[in-house]
Design a protein around this ligand. Structure first.
Ligand code: FMN
Length: 367
């Protein structure tokens, strides 16, 4: 837990970090983090779907000191949770990625480093956190190969390829704000000059969208995934799966996990809530690979909901950016400590000695 001497007093819930972040962030950065695509229908659906998942708690189970430990594709972790890959963390706080990675290390959970991190992957790994590398497929295949070699050289414990961004979703807030990266925030893993477009502000246009349009490969295919599987020695996760048929195909390709995700409502606005399709994906892959969930998780009770729906764990996104903005490393440590305490309580209240038993809980959709 954050030391009050750091001057950071944590709020009572993860959701309350949002107001703390909003108070300190420039309005366009707040919108970049908070926003979804289009009418933000998928963004709203994530929360609504999780709220509709009721979990039937077990009584008289004699549980007072549950373990929160979990086995994730990249190894064991203190919680069935990893820090979601999120670009450009120096937008939130000058200490950026190393601060959030150090908090992940303190909480003993993996930190997923984005291809678009504003700190080089090697510096993130130097925090000593368990780092997984998130790959965005770039048009330049040699650059993709170089990034994978660098991630491996830096000791990354897993590779997570994101497959739901052939182009950036139409994020209207960023377009209206003419959002562009400030000069001090760079795509630090890309060779010099490859992020120029992300800095060029134009009224009515998101420079971040223009930049990704120029550097991301728009037509990723299953053959590319097979190429990646063949050259990756560490566990491979595929992030952005929603259709059970894609999950089965990914399992066929030999991936270690699929991440059921609608990218926090930031890509296809007509996408379903990830929690709504999770049970179908779990049934379809039939334990041939692990299944993680993200999009909308806001506390320990949501982790319990995901486990009860059959997930092996979750990725936590925006709440950790809010905490980073509000209190730097101490803020992020406080958020992860709060999540651990909430999950522990949720396990006790549902009569589960550990996350694996939570996967045997029954659920009712709609309360
Ligand atoms: C500001 C921001 C940046 C993101 N950058 C990336 C990224 O670089 N790579 C990626 O795979 N997903 C990225 N995501 C998506 C997250 O990994 C995750 O899927 C999503 O935030 C989960 O939803 P949640 O924020 O509701 O927890 C980003 C999300 C946000 C909010």
């Amino acid at each position: 837990m954050a030391d009050p001497a750091d001057g950071f007093v944590p709020p009572a819930s993860l959701a309350e970090f949002a107001a703390l972040a909003r108070a300190v962030l420039p309005a366009d950065v707040w919108d970049f983090v908070d926003g979804g695509s289009g009418t933000e229908t998928a963004l709203a659906a994530n929360r609504a779907a999780l709220d509709r998942v009721a979990v039937l708690p077990r009584m008289l189970a004699g549980v007072d000191d549950p373990s929160t430990e979990a086995t994730l594709p990249g190894g064991r972790a203190a919680l069935p949770v990893a820090v979601a890959p999120m670009a450009y963390q120096r937008l939130l706080h000058p200490d950026g990625e190393p601060a959030l990675a150090a908090a992940a290390r303190a909480a003993d959970v993996p930190y997923v480093a984005s291809t678009l991190s504003s700190t080089p992957i090697e510096e993130i790994a130097a925090t000593g956190a368990t780092v997984w590398f998130q790959l965005y497929w770039l048009r330049d295949r040699a650059l993709v190969a170089d990034l994978l070699d660098r991630a491996e050289g830096a000791g990354c414990a897993a590779v997570m390829v994101t497959v739901d961004v052939p182009v950036l979703g139409r994020r209207l807030r960023d377009a209206r704000n003419g959002f562009a990266l400030p000069p001090h925030v760079t795509a630090a893993n890309l060779p010099g000059g490859r992020d120029d477009l992300a800095h060029q502000g134009t009224p009515g246009v998101s420079a971040v969208a223009v930049h990704t349009g120029a550097v991301f490969a728009p037509a990723l295919s299953w053959a590319d995934l097979e190429w990646l599987r063949a050259r990756t020695r560490v566990p491979l996760l595929v992030k952005g799966i929603l259709d059970p048929r894609d999950a089965v195909r990914a399992a066929d390709a030999g991936v270690d996990a699929v991440v059921v995700s609608n990218h926090g409502g930031r890509q296809l606005d007509a996408a379903p809530a990830s929690a709504a399709v999770l049970p179908e994906v779990v049934a379809a892959v039939d334990q041939r690979c692990a299944v993680l969930l993200d999009s909308g998780v806001r506390g320990g009770v949501d982790v319990l909901r995901a486990l009860a729906l059959g997930a092996d764990g979750v990725l936590l996104g925006r709440p950790l950016l809010w905490a980073l903005a509000a209190g730097g490393r101490a803020g992020a440590e406080a958020a992860l400590a709060l999540l651990a305490a909430e999950l522990r309580d949720a396990l006790i209240l549902s009569g589960c000695p550990d996350p694996a038993s939570a996967r045997r809980l029954r659920t009712r959709i709609g309360g």
